[in-house]
Ligand binder design. Structure first.
Ligand code: NDP
Length: 574
């Protein structure tokens, strides 16, 4: 059946509405990213406490030397370590704030936590661990267990240090090693340091007037307090619960709260787009037939495929760049209107249904996939408080206040997200000549591939800006991990001690990032959110490489083909 052709006016009117809704939100949040706080001290210190680290034994400060030290123990560290072990490196240490490996999946244990990327693509090292995920989409506990299994397989627990936060990473000329200091008084020396502290690792709270004085119980989604809620949320039966935020975390949590809590108030500023979650248990017959190396083959196929998005397909056959853009935008709008129709079909109350409709282009915000979120709003105990772009700006001792109405709560959950891609600059990183990485970046981020930065020998950054960004993050991280392991292997195989990127190679990459980010103004047209720095103006180089994942992967290979040109390779001075 051919699709009915809609007049261009239909699309133009929807684009106007997108613009109106964006401007409404921008007007409400002039501070941009400064509307949030992630420095949890004083009354806010409780929001950073690790609820999963029970009875942490005290230990003596460590003063020793390892070959490779990872800051952070999530997927970045795990999948890079696998390659380093394969390359014969024995001395690997993970230093991790939590009490186990797992990163995101250590912290985000909220009810309903699951991954929106197909498990056979998302879980890394399936070939190496000879593991086939249980379902098409993995739940949080399975992914956390997989992280632990990787750490066991590659003996990463032996030297790991948990419940420890790195405070300073300093390159010392005297021994040409990194000296890594921690909040536990450690001074560990390492030849190579890999910043693997996650793309969305540091929880942030919307800075709301009066939040410190809330008299009920409160926590951030990444610090779920099961002592309060009960393992199966059974303690919430007689509790009134509020949740601020309707991003990917809240979309998974709300249906779980809805099943149990006495009342649930969902405080929405901007709705997420919610599509079908097409999940099923892994077919054992399919799993049995998988040949060794199946996941690598699957990943190679993705890399080889020309990006073939919905919009690119729609733009095929367009005669001019303007026509191509129009076709892409119209296809995007068609998709979003399908999302709207789905809401009308599921949500009974038309006012609530309207409030749940996202008015922005697909991918302006992180898309969500859930089959129970929208039906939750048909339950009598679930109430959507639509702040229509304004957000909650006041919290009293009793609870959030909106339009002079006080919502009295027993429990307030902040689903307000995380600091974005600050990996590499959480602790004080001081390179050659005493240069601090933050100071180096003051006039704009400067890296090669988002991984190397000049003046910081043997330091590697994973998941930071100027790298490619992928919906399947682990695949991107695996390419970075493979690249880093290959670089370290090159240094060792050629009898060097250190590698540092040349200024020319760094400049080449900065220009590449700028060139690709200058191609569209899509980001400015979007409703504010963390994908577009909350609508803040941003230097073009201070973002991701938008030239495509395959191209990013190919650039990695090209860089490694000319190691001597792209890097200063030095032997240890005696
Ligand atoms: P997000 O940053 O995506 O969402 C934060 C939410 O808080 C937004 O809805 C935001 O509204 C809202 N908000 C902020 N301040 C206020 C306020 N004052 N009043 C009302 N609402 C407010 O954080 P999440 O933790 O949901 O998700 C972060 C990321 O983590 C995801 O984008 C995804 O990448 C990842 N993730 C992946 C999952 C998966 O695979 N399924 C599950 C969970 C997370 P507004 O939009 O208006 O800014």
């Amino acid at each position: 059946m051919t699709k009915p052709q809609r007049p261009q006016q239909y699309y133009d009117q929807i684009k106007d509405k997108f613009r109106e809704e964006r401007d409404l939100r921008l007007d409400y949040r002039p501070p941009g990213t400064d509307q949030f706080t992630s420095e949890f001290s004083g009354d806010l210190a409780k929001y950073a406490v690790d609820p999963y680290a029970k009875d942490v034994p005290s230990r003596e400060p460590i003063s020793d030397e390892v070959e490779v030290l990872f800051i952070g123990g999530g997927f970045s560290a795990l999948l890079t370590s696998a390659r380093l072990r394969e390359g014969g490196i024995e001395s690997i240490r993970i230093v991790e704030r939590g009490s186990d490996v797992g990163g995101t999946w250590y912290w985000n244990r909220y009810p309903g936590a699951a991954c929106d990327v197909v498990s056979y693509d998302y879980l890394p090292l399936l070939d190496e661990l000879d593991y086939v995920p249980v379902d098409h989409y993995s739940r949080g506990p399975e992914i956390f267990s997989h992280c632990q299994a990787i750490a066991h397989k590659y003996n990463l627990y032996d030297l790991a240090v948990f419940n420890t936060t790195v405070t300073e990473t300093r390159w010392e000329e005297t021994d040409q090693l990194w000296h890594v200091k921690t909040d536990q008084g450690d001074v560990m020396r390492a030849q190579y340091v890999i910043c693997a502290n996650g793309t969305l690792a540091k929880p942030k709270l919307s800075a709301i007037a009066g939040m410190e004085g809330f008299a009920g119980h409160a926590f951030h989604t990444s610090r779920w307090d099961y002592d309060y809620t009960g393992e199966n949320l059974e303690h919430l039966k007689d509790k009134v619960v509020g949740i601020i935020g309707t991003g990917a975390s809240a979309v998974q949590i709300v249906p779980e709260l809805a099943k149990v809590a006495k009342e649930v108030f969902v405080f929405q500023r901007t709705p997420s787009s919610i599509d079908i979650r097409d999940d099923w248990p892994t077919d054992p017959n399919w799993a049995r037939k998988l040949e060794p190396g199946w996941q690598s083959k699957r990943r190679s196929k993705v890399l080889a495929a020309v990006e073939n998005s919905l919009e690119k397909r729609a733009a095929k056959g367009a005669s001019s760049p303007e026509e191509k853009l129009k076709k892409q935008e119209n296809a995007n709008i068609d998709y979003m209107m399908r999302i709207h129709r789905r809401i009308d079909e599921i949500v009974n109350d038309p006012v609530t249904a309207d409030s749940l409709k996202p008015w922005y282009m697909f991918m302006c915000k992180r898309p969500c996939f859930h089959n129970e979120y929208l039906p939750s709003f048909n339950l009598p105990n679930v109430h959507l408080i639509d702040t229509n772009g304004q957000g909650i700006t006041e919290i009293s001792a009793k609870g959030p206040v909106f339009e002079s109405k006080e919502y009295e709560l027993d429990l307030l959950i902040y689903a307000t997200g995380f600091e974005v891609q600050q990996t590499g600059i959480y602790n004080d990183i001081v390179g050659e000549g005493g240069i601090n990485l933050q100071d180096k970046y003051a006039d704009g981020i400067r890296t090669l591939l988002g991984i190397h930065t000049a003046g910081f020998p043997n330091l590697f950054i994973m998941g930071g800006y100027q790298a490619s960004f992928q919906f399947n993050l682990t695949e991107m991280l695996q390419t970075q991990g493979d690249h880093i392991a290959a670089c370290i292997d090159y240094v060792r195989a050629n009898g060097h001690h250190a590698l540092d990127v040349s200024d020319e190679a760094e400049e080449w990459w900065v220009q590449k990032v700028i060139e690709h980010r200058g191609k569209t103004n899509r980001s400015e047209d979007c409703t504010p959110g963390y994908y577009n720095f909350e609508g803040n103006e941003q230097r073009r180089q201070d973002g991701n490489f938008n030239g495509g994942f395959r191209q990013y992967f190919e650039h990695q290979g090209q860089v490694r083909e000319k190691m001597e040109e792209n890097f200063h390779l030095v032997s240890r001075k005696t």
